[in-house]
Structures are given as structure tokens and as C-alpha cells.
Design a protein around this ligand. Sequence first.
Ligand code: AMP
Length: 217
Amino acid sequence: MANKFKATLVSWADIDRWCGNISRKVQASFDVDTIIGIARGGLVPARILSDRLWVKDLLSVKTEHWGITATKDGEAVLKTKINMDLSGKNVLVVDDITDTGESMSLAYDYVKSLKPRELRSATMLHISRSKFVPDYYSELITEKNWAWFIFPWNVYEDLNNLIRKSFTDRINADEVVDALKEDYDLDVSSLNMEEILNDFVVFGRMKKEGRDFVIVQ
Ligand code: AMP
């Protein structure tokens, strides 16, 4: 494999803990009226925070930055806007992770231009190299510990991409599990790989031949 990098499977228990940490920090210091989740990665954390912080005004903006898993598309781009008056509102912008920080920076500046009363930002994970430092985060990740974090809402997309980086042809579920460990130090023992690969077949990503799965290019 040309580009080796580490990938880590994130559990729902991690999400629960990280969002809990953020919500308690926010609750102690900021009276939030409106939450804006950055789609797609920030949608679930934003929804959980809207529950934990008792905030019913939940909106979203969409940014695009990373295309294929762990590969950047270029500059972060704002894809959707907000159609709501934020004047007089305390707004919290939420994403899953600030890695380069470009997506959060872009979304933050855009929301700022809508002139809320006060604007703050939160992510579950914050990589130390990020050019944007959120007001609230749960975990600080040093650059040395950088990994591609496979969030529970992105498992199929990420596995599909990682498998294609490791294989070009024919595989079975056991080989996939071994290769993910070998190439990305990724432990997928909590997943049912056979079932996932069968789901890839349903969506035309792979074809099944006996016990083998053949990657559709
Ligand atoms: P960035 O603009 O680099 O801060 O990241 C934009 C988005 O890409 C994040 O909100 C995530 O959804 C995704 N992303 C970036 N880096 C990672 C990573 N190391 N692990 C998982 N997702 C990531």
C-alpha cells in the first residue's frame, strides 16, 4: 500500500461520552438559543447536543472538504446556507472534528456574517494542528496521534474507501479484516464484515462469487 495511515473505529459509547463532556462545558458557560450542525459529520453530534442542552432550534450548513476517506478535495467549500434570522440569538456551531479546521472556520465565518448575538463553536475531537481552535471540545489529539476516525455514521463510506485502497480485485470477509488491521492498524472485530460486504453487493459496490466479493470498479 502506498499511503499508510492509521484508522480508528469510534463507538457510540465514545460519541455519548464526548458529547456529554461538551454539553457540560457549554451548559456551565453559554446559554445557547440555536445549534447549527455542520453537515454531514456534525449532524449527529449537533442533534445530541440539542437534546442535552434542551435547545430546539437546530439548523445545519453543509461544507465539503475531504472526498475519499483521508484524502482532501482541495479547499473547504460552503454548499448550503441558512434561511433564518439569527439576530439576538446565542449560536453554537457544531462539528465532529477540527482536523485542518478549514470547514469549521468557513462555517463559523459564514454564521458570523449573519450577525448572531454571540457565536461559539464545539467539536468532539480537536487535532492540535487545526488552524481553528473551537471554544469547546472533548478530546485534544496531538498530530502524532492523528488517525482517520471512523464515526458510527460513516462506517460504510469509510470501509468502502479503505478496502479499495488495500484491494483491487477479489476478497473475502476474513481477508478484509486482516488487511484493515495490517494496513491501517484498524480493529473491526466489533463489526459483522460479512454482512457489511453483502450490503455493498446490494448497492452495486461489489459482486458476490461464492464466498468471495469482487470489487466493482
Ligand atoms: P477539516 O476541514 O479538515 O477540519 O475537516 C472537515 C471534515 O472532514 C470533518 O468535519 C470530518 O467530517 C472530516 N474529517 C477530517 N479529518 C478527519 C479525521 N481525521 N477523521 C475523521 N473525519 C475527518
